[in-house]
Ligand binder design. Structure first.
Ligand SMILES: Cc1ncc(COP(=O)(O)O)c(C=O)c1O
Length: 410
């Protein structure tokens, strides 16, 4: 991987604020966009900025071709069997909500999650508990935040009617990746379906939904170099076929009368109304870009940088890294809580890093409030890496953090 060459593709990395370049370490939230993605979207707006799926004129046919191409790219990216298993959504949140709403849950069905789910894989189950009487159960992690397979198996044995295991694949809280293969096999042996929230895995490591045998897999394309407001839901075709539509209206049906509608098969059934065509086309370009670099290279690169940062900050007084201490188990994420004798919190650190060195990190509860509340802890700082980050940036982050912390330590 030639990082310096890669960086030239990202216009925002050339920009300076107060005479300094940006050090962007908020990739778990949203990644930067390469010129290839921007140009693909520009091409749509400049050359065929019209609707797909409806009209027969040449521009509309071009849109259809580009959407079909993009769907095929995601099929190959995920190792899915059919392009029809790829549903374009706005983000991971929409994919998770779609499955929560459209799967035929019955009263008493159990949905099993981990104890560190993003709100997007927590609230939908709370809503379904209220609406349809499902039961949400949690598998608590080991003390180092790794997955407790024993507790998982035990829960599946005891709670007979687990319908769905819906878990964060790589946690945005600490970067830890659950043993998906074992989880899926065990869940299937117990008659449960599995959905993985791949928001932090699909952009950073190779995924093959077919060999994983996962039933549903969601992710956000804006976290993998793609346009904002784009996501994907993968689902096994026979499951998607059986599921009820989610948002309904134009493009989901082949025919209607005043009384009834005849729904189209997936993916159309789930893609209601005119779509974000520029976004879908830009998403296809993001997949091309990532495939050109190879996900396995990105994974190794992030682990190398994570080690530099972890080694540099693990002994800083007042910082406590969340999750396993071995950076090899935390992909490209380094989250830590702070506690200083002279006051100062996670947000202070984030603001100081930004103000002094243009280093962009995230502070807060990262939409995993439930995990923080359970531990009576308010907030943490998170640095999250991607393919364009450099070793120099990793060291710069360590130095700037040491200086920032020095303001609050005696
Ligand atoms: C693990 C995880 N799941 C779900 C989401 C929600 O993603 P989006 O806001 O793109 O729907 C995020 C976003 O940070 C995430 O990190």
């Amino acid at each position: 991987m030639d990082i310096q060459k890669t960086r030239l593709d990202f216009p925002v990395l050339k920009k300076k604020w107060n005479g300094k370049h940006l050090v962007y370490l908020d990739n778990a939230c949203m990644t930067l966009k390469p010129v290839q993605v921007i140009e693909a979207m520009d091409e749509y707006y400049n050359e065929y900025p019209v609707c797909g799926g409806r009209s027969l004129h040449r521009m509309s046919r071009r849109v259809d071709e580009k959407v079909t191409e993009a769907r095929e790219k995601f099929k190959n990216f995920l190792g899915a069997e059919r392009a029809e298993e790829i549903i374009f959504t706005r983000n991971s949140t929409e994919g998770l909500n779609l499955v929560a709403s459209s799967l035929d849950f019955k009263k008493g069905d159990i949905v099993l999650t981990t104890d560190k789910e993003h709100n997007s894989n927590l609230i939908p189950w709370q809503v379904q508990a209220h609406k349809r009487g499902i039961k949400h159960m949690i598998v608590y992690s080991n003390p180092d935040n790794t997955f407790n397979l024993e507790a998982f198996e035990d829960t599946l044995d005891r709670a007979k009617n687990v319908r769905l295991v819906s878990m964060v694949h790589t946690a945005n809280l600490d970067g830890y990746t659950i043993p998906a293969r074992e989880i899926i096999k065990t869940a299937h042996d117990h008659g449960a379906l599995v959905m993985l929230d791949g928001a932090q895995s699909a952009p950073h490591k190779p995924i093959n939904v077919n060999s994983l045998d996962v039933d549903f897999f969601v992710f956000s394309v804006h976290k993998m170099l793609g346009p904002t407001g784009m996501g994907v839901l993968y689902g096994k075709y026979r499951l998607l076929e059986e599921m009820a539509p989610f948002i309904v209206g134009g493009d989901t049906v082949s025919d209607t009368t005043y009384e009834a509608a005849r729904f189209l098969p997936p993916p159309e059934k789930f893609e209601a109304g005119l779509q974000n065509y520029a976004g879908i086309i830009g998403s296809g370009a993001a997949v091309d870009y990532l495939s050109g670099v190879a996900l396995s290279n990105i994974e190794k690169h992030e682990e190398r940088l994570n080690r530099i940062i972890t080694d540099g900050i693990k002994d800083i007084q007042g910082l406590k890294i969340i999750g396993p201490q071995d950076p090899a188990l935390r992909s490209g994420i380094i989250s830590f809580t702070v506690e200083f004798p002279k006051g100062g919190d996670a947000h202070d650190i984030a603001i100081i890093l930004d103000e002094t060195e243009n280093i962009a990190v995230r502070s807060g509860a990262f939409c995993v409030h439930s995990w923080f509340n359970y531990r009576k802890c308010e907030a943490a700082v998170r640095a999250s890496l991607y393919l364009y980050n450099t070793e120099e940036e990793a060291r710069k982050f360590v130095d700037a953090l040491e200086k920032a912390v020095g303001l609050f330590n005696p």
